[in-house]
Design a protein. Structure first.
Length: 306
């Protein structure tokens, strides 16, 4: 004991004193604290010992003390996550993360948007299976499995259908495929969509454009035909209406109508008469008749000599 340097004993005493003080303040050697922000939950993972692995309980918002030597806290969001897989380096990742998949014997490249969320009641199952935090999951499994689901769902489709009438069904099938893969461990994909028009080889693009143009021309021609048919039907209906009006007009002519016309003509003749009776050799002619059916020829010579 006499051989132990006083300096060593002094340092040891200081160390013990600091440890006692630290213990009295609640700090334990190796202990760490992690803050879990609002909208997130924590999962405690034992790194060593008999209880190695994921603990059963999740940790809610707030500060969490844990042993930094033997434990780890993995933080998961409990709100919807958005992920854009695009070729652009200005949106999403700084590298090209676009999806390429096969369709109709060719390859299509597309920018894809995804939204998904974690079921916080099942994150123990998720981490126990994949041993990945949310960022690692997004950077690896999400992109690779999305590509696999597009390849699987596009089987049997034609290139023009990807940008045409089968696009909505394709995206729905991919969403179903992803949920089948990750739903059991608490990851639900809420939506899958194209950010922009899928990209094909130039030759395929030209074929798709030509096909769409032909379809549009056929639609326009059909519309013009329908307009022409409608105009023709309108003219036929108009002609039939005029013919029917003439028939009705002719069928309503009666003796009373004829007599009315005679009186109208007689009235016109009276308006034109100057009031002077015509004179003939041997005397004055009788008062003229204004009956449009009566003859207006001059009297014969024998009649005038009487």
């Amino acid at each position: 004991m006499k051989n132990i340097p006083r300096r060593f004993l002094k340092l040891t005493g200081i160390t013990v004193t600091l440890a006692i003080i630290a213990s009295g303040c609640g700090a334990v050697p190796g202990s760490s604290v992690k803050r879990i922000p609002a909208g997130y939950v924590g999962l405690k993972v034992e790194l060593y010992g008999e209880n190695r692995g994921v603990q059963n309980a999740t940790i809610s918002t707030g500060k969490v003390w844990y042993n930094g030597y033997t434990e780890e806290i993995v933080v998961f969001p409990d709100h919807v996550q958005y992920y854009i897989l695009t070729a652009s380096t200005e949106e999403g990742s700084p590298v090209d993360e676009s999806i390429s998949f096969g369709v109709g014997g060719t390859t299509v490249n597309a920018d894809v948007s995804l939204s998904y969320f974690f079921n916080t009641q099942k994150i123990k199952d998720f981490y126990g299976k994949y041993l990945k935090d949310p960022e690692q999951f997004k950077a690896t499994l999400v992109r690779s499995e999305t590509r696999n689901c597009f390849n699987q769902s596009a089987t049997g489709l034609k290139p023009e259908e990807i940008v045409g009438n089968k696009q909505a069904q394709l995206l729905k099938d991919v969403q179903t495929c992803l949920n089948n893969k990750f739903g059991a461990v608490g990851v639900t994909f809420d939506s899958v969509g194209f950010v922009s028009k899928p990209r094909f080889d130039e030759s395929i693009e030209a074929q798709i454009t030509a096909r769409f143009q032909a379809e549009q021309q056929a639609v326009a021609a059909k519309a013009q035909l329908e307009v022409a048919e409608a105009e023709s039907k309108r003219k036929i209906a108009e002609a039939r209406g005029e013919a029917e009006a003439s028939r009705i007009k002719a069928s309503t002519v009666s003796p009373l109508t004829i007599r009315l016309r005679e009186l109208e003509l007689q009235e016109e003749m009276i308006k034109k008469w100057d009031g002077i009776l015509p004179t003939y050799l041997g005397g004055t002619a009788p008062f003229p008749s204004f009956d449009p059916n009566a003859g207006h020829s001059l009297p014969s010579a024998s009649t005038a000599n009487k």
